[in-house]
Design a protein around this ligand. Structure first.
Ligand code: 13P
Length: 287
């Protein structure tokens, strides 16, 4: 069932668990994530970066594929199709294409401009019944070629953006996309606590879910995080399983070169990663 992320995140915040956002790159990714969510009776958010959207030939193709796949696979759990780190133009294109949820990442604009653009998108999303994620304080690491520093958001700015009526708020708390460096200082729970105190019931979003130690994930959920984004970890497990298949020479055995066989170990590896995360985030059985 394709739905906005509002209800699933309101329930997650109240129930002190988090819904996973898993980024999709192709059909295999999408199928693995949807089947795992259904098997575990977990709500799920499919994230699409602008780069991945382009790779899959455009947002309309992505929306059509996801909607048809939900129907053909008989998926009954709530699924949100969410633009990840959208630009202002990307947000409008995804609203048009039929996404059920949008992230507008205005964190690189001065706060006044971030507020102005977010406010405009809140009005459009409200009218269409879509959920909207806003961001304050950029997330570190690389996202589609854009490098962020991993700063900590200002709790007052978070409150100003939360008060615009967004559905969920991504706030930098020292988190980074991709692998964490050896000398990473960890999440700033002081910042998270201060943001939660100012934003109340607002579901908070933790980006850069790959490689955060389990105890930090659990603590972040206890402090108001209701959505956690995972991308790199699925990519790594897919690549690892594919490499092992090829290194074992299985692509040369029988019909092992058939893409349906060649990509199967990677697709299974994604299922295992998604399952592990849903169990850690506490969303199993919450659909
Ligand atoms: P990772 O790639 O670090 O898992 O982060 C994903 C993310 O935050 C997407 O917005």
């Amino acid at each position: 069932m394709l739905v906005s992320a509002k209800e699933m995140l309101t329930k997650a915040k109240a129930g002190k668990y988090a819904v996973g956002q898993f980024n999709i790159n192709n059909l295999e990714w999408t199928k693995s994530i949807l089947l795992t969510a259904e098997e575990l009776k977990s709500p799920v958010i499919l994230g699409v970066s602008e780069g991945a959207g382009k790779y899959m030939t455009g947002y309309k193709t992505v929306a059509a594929m996801v909607k048809a796949m939900i129907e053909d696979l008989g998926i009954t759990v709530p699924v949100a199709l969410h633009l990840d780190h959208g630009s202002y133009e990307g947000a409008k294109a995804c609203i048009e294409a039929g996404f059920s949820s949008i992230m507008f990442d205005g964190s690189h604009y001065p706060i006044e401009e971030n507020i102005e653009k977010t406010k405009e998108l809140v009005a459009i999303c409200n009218e269409k019944g879509l959920s909207l994620e806003a961001e304050v304080g950029s997330i570190g690491g690389e996202e589609d070629g854009v490098i962020g520093k991993g700063e900590c958001a200002d709790p007052d700015e978070c409150k100003a953006v939360a008060d615009l009526g967004v559905t969920m708020l991504a706030a930098g708390i020292g988190n980074i996309h991709g692998k964490y460096p050896e000398n990473w200082e960890g999440l700033s729970f002081e910042t998270l606590d201060a943001i939660q105190a100012k934003t109340g019931d607002m579901p908070l979003v933790l980006h850069g879910g790959t490689g955060i130690p389990e105890d930090m994930i659990k603590k972040a959920i206890s402090l108001g995080v209701a959505k956690i984004n995972v991308n790199t970890e699925c990519q790594l497990s897919f690549a690892d399983a594919t490499r092992k298949y090829i290194e074992a020479g299985k692509d040369l055995e029988g019909k092992g070169f058939d893409p349906r066989k060649l990509l199967a170990p990677g697709a299974e590896a994604i299922k295992a990663t998604v399952k592990e995360k849903m169990e850690l985030f506490g969303s199993v059985g919450k659909a």
